[in-house]
Design a protein around this ligand. Sequence first.
Ligand code: FES
Ligand code: MG
Length: 573
Amino acid sequence: MSDNTTRGFARRLTAYGDNDFAQFLRNCFLVARGYGPEALDRPVIAICDTGSDFNPCHATAPQLVEAISRGVSMAGGIPMVFPTISVHESFAHPTSMFLRNLMSMDTEEMLKALPLDAAVLIGGCDKTIPAQLMGAISANVPTLSVTVGPMLTGSHKGQRLGACTDCRRLWGEYRAGTISENELQAAQSQLMASHGTCMVMGTASTMACLAEMLGFMLPGGASIPAVHSERLRHAEASGRRAVEMARLGGPKPQEIVTPESVRNACVALQALGGSTNVAIHLAAIVGRAGIRLDLEDLDRLGNHTPILADLKPVGRLYMQDFHAAGGFPALLRELAKPGLIDTAVTAADGQSWADVLANWPDWRDPDVIRDFDQPVTGGSAIAVLHGSLVPGRAIIKQAAMSPELRQHEGPALVFDGLDDLNARIDHPDLDVTPDHVLVLRNAGPVGAPGMPEAGSIPIPRKLARSGVRDMVRISDARMSGTAYGAVVLHAAPEAALGGPLALVRDGDRIRLDVEARTLDLLVDKEELDRRRADWVAPAIPSRGYARLFATSVQQAELGCDFDFLTAVTQDEH
Ligand code: FES
Ligand code: MG
């Protein structure tokens, strides 16, 4: 029998009350699997395979598993592949966010249960990277992230198309009647022209960059297109590095998530013009390490951080352009010049970011990754709002809204939930003008449940047909990182918890002032107290994961993590 007592996994025997028997039995099964019993004498690198027919973004997972495994073997380790659940944006009812915490629990518990020395997690589609990092931090085993990488763009009648900013734009045009159904169908095959994740600076791309920033991904990995051979070489190198981490016993996730690395991540989020969802995911991720993400800090950092990545939905271009322009390290170098990034922080290859950047190819395309003093836009990409409508705050991606709506006052038009929205938004008799403020409630973490990406409420068809393309919209929901508009999101406390959003009535005046960071419901307190007395809390699901979710999920500012999973205590809130 091989002696595994020096390896970490030897401490992770199945509990039979007889550890020698547990080891014996494990080796029996290992032999049955076709391995020699001494296989586990090497560093064991667990590779999390989230390939699934229900996750088209992860279609290249098999090739990545092969490349990571090759790297592990080359470095003298043994690769062991295991599955967890996989969550895709469009194949998850009611919403992928509902399943993110479940995936994080699956990842955490498998990392704690399996006899492994380090792990490489294959993720990519929006919720998968946050879920995996949350789980890895809680399990605290040496971990690298390898993402599937962004899709390539397609082309339709000479026009470049990409997911999903253009999906939303074309759908909006179709709703407005400016393109036909045939035209929409013809464009459909070009919106997602290859395997991989959405290739704008949506949630998947933003999260991949932040995984790199925090030190979970080898430098340069975030932007490599899914189908480039470079991605396989990156995966192979990640396998080799994981063996090195196994031999060193670290760094462990809780060592790399520090106030300095988190601050860097906030700066990067703003400079990328990244997804609003990432404000939630980042809070959940760092919360697992006991760090509370301060939204006001995020906003303040944004005021000094120009948006340098000229990518949709804020800018013009796509991830393959970002990669060709030098990738994420090239953007970091521009941010490091005025000292916005703390380059003493360690990258995933074990070097300081200062050393990584010193050795990174000395080239950048300033048309895609802008000079520090030639930003795509100035000011915070993501602004944090407070006021009488959102005492627990809300956020808006001000960089992707119509400038004329930055200060706006108008009458509320309230939708009580997703069904109400679906039923009435396009009704010809809907009493709505471009001045109205569209309010969607009961779409928050508890209310929907799972805080779906419904916040970018469609412009009512009759207004869309008359040329209206943006309106002020407010909800306790999220929106896709690929979307745009004057959309106030994550309003807290959410309506299902009795937040002020629950009390708004049609015709109430609402005032948004992005400059002042305020969002107010202009109804006097006595009237709101009367309405509150009549408010009835919605029923909580009676069983299963839905009940666990409704009774444990926290508001957006705490990352929508479960209260029993985060390491940030409620007292710190
Ligand atoms: Fe998977 Fe966009 S749907 S990344
Ligand atoms: Mg998305």
